[in-house]
Write a protein that binds this ligand. Structure first.
Ligand code: EPU
Length: 421
């Protein structure tokens, strides 16, 4: 049964909140468990739809998964080499994260092109090219992705572009072969670093974690480990935006290093928002007069994250003057602006990558639809600052990546209700 969120706006947010484990760290770490010769236990795993789908794919392949709260144990010892289940792969873009591990473990992998993506084209070229450099034979890329790996190379692999999941795939493949490889143009996000830490514990020798060049000496004998999923810096950003824009709010956000969001805090400073940072906590309070921005442009880490571009537009609708948005990574990540327009935001979309927001504008509650995960979370934020009642539809998108977002906001004083439709 599908549901919607019904939000009564303008209720102050107060108190403290702990963010969940990061979706984008949990997914590759779950994929990495198939490389171990014994079970792995992951702590702080968010219980969200994308994670459940990833686990379901692994169960289809024969792993035994067991949940206790937010701890997930995966026993990969009975895993079999099979074509990955078409429907699940199609419904989860992150299923691409099984390409490297399954190829490396079995010497062959067959899966459909992953789906689940409405935010842009997202080619799989960076994944295929790097695996080919490692020695994979690309048998088919027409109907399915079919790769074989007989003789892996010790070599330098230059990534086709700086890609988060492609970096994770090649790291997992290299870590589980008896090879030594240098991988350059690697992504450096905290979730990529979290996977590096797990692979090291499993037995891979990795240097260069968090940089654009990683050296890996792998082994066929990776073992199962206990590992903690890093907190979600994107969720910290989301709550920080809520506190800054909902009148009379003041909250303490915990559970992840604030250093993961340096470029985000820079923007907060530029806007004159009231906030204080501690190592793993941020205190943010409502700021009446927010300054506009010459430009908000999304960049690769440690630049401003594309995943916070949409939520940040809440700051832009409440800041005085004209702010420009330049979404440099994805070509379908501005569509949420049409929904904000329905609530009273003044926006102008120039092309798939660029838009203007003129503020400040009061927002008024109405019916709006999520068009992707981050857009959906943005509409929830908009509901929190709007006058009256906002109904956010298509909340399946939000549930894919946020664990109990409604309950977390309720605990801070928000009036948000999940209602069946
Ligand atoms: N791109 C550029 N220039 C570059 C590098 C990349 O334009 O120099 C483009 C790519 O062409 C692609 C896009 O940027 O269209 C994203 O690239 P990437 O391959 O890094 O994305 P991904 O690995 O498929 C992960 C996250 C996404 C997140 C992106 C960017 C996971 C499971 N997914 O995707 O998360 O937006 O990195 O940080 O880690 C989300 O959580 O909502 C989400 C979509």
């Amino acid at each position: 049964m599908s549901s919607k969120f019904v939000i009564q706006g303008k209720k102050p947010l107060t108190g403290s909140i702990k963010v969940s484990g990061s979706k984008n760290a949990a997914l590759p770490c779950i994929a990495a468990t198939v490389l171990g010769n014994s079970p792995s236990t992951l702590h702080n795993v968010p219980r969200i739809e994308d994670v459940y789908k990833m686990v379901e794919i692994l169960e289809y392949l024969g792993v035994i998964a067991d949940w206790k709260g937010n701890t997930l144990t995966i026993d990969p010892r009975k895993i079999k080499s099979k074509t990955l289940p078409h429907n699940l792969v199609k419904s989860l873009r992150a299923s691409i994260l099984l390409l490297g591990p399954m190829l490396s473990r079995f010497g062959e992998v067959k899966m459909a092109f992953p789906g689940g993506c409405v935010i842009g084209k997202r080619s799989v070229r960076a994944h295929l090219n790097s695996l080919r450099d490692l020695g994979a034979e690309i048998i088919n890329t027409k109907d399915v992705l079919h790769l074989k790996l007989k003789k892996p190379n010790s070599t330098k692999i230059i990534m086709w572009e700086i890609s988060v999941t492609a970096t994770e795939n090649i790291m997992m493949a290299c870590s589980s072969q008896n090879t030594t490889n240098t991988i350059s143009l690697t992504a450096a996000e905290p979730h990529v670093q979290n996977l590096c830490q797990m692979l090291k514990k499993m037995g891979s020798k990795i240097k260069g974690t968090g940089t654009s060049e990683i050296h890996i000496t792998g082994t066929r004998k990776l073992k199962g480990v206990t590992h903690t999923i890093v907190g979600d810096y994107l969720e910290m950003g989301l709550f920080a935006i809520a506190a800054a824009t909902v009148p009379k709010s003041k909250i303490l956000i915990k559970g992840v290093s604030t250093a993961h969001l340096d470029s985000f805090w820079n923007k907060f400073k530029e806007a004159g928002i009231n906030f204080t940072l501690f190592a793993n906590e941020a205190e943010v309070s409502y700021t009446k007069k927010i300054k506009s921005f010459s430009k908000l442009d999304t960049r690769l880490y440690p630049g401003f994250p594309t995943d916070l571009q949409a939520p940040f537009s809440m700051i832009l609708t409440q800041s005085k003057g004209i702010s420009k948005i330049f979404e440099t990574l994805f070509e379908s990540r501005l569509n949420y602006l049409y929904e904000l327009e329905k609530m009273g935001a003044k926006v102008e979309i120039y092309n798939p990558h660029q838009a203007l927001i003129v503020g400040p504008t009061p927002l008024t509650g109405t019916n709006v639809e999520s068009c992707d995960l981050r857009a959906g979370a943005t509409l929830v934020l908009a509901g929190l600052i709007a006058k009256g009642e906002t109904h956010v539809f298509n909340i399946d998108y939000i549930d894919r990546g946020h664990e109990k977002l409604d309950e977390k906001l309720q605990s801070l004083g928000a009036q948000i209700e999940r209602r069946a439709i």
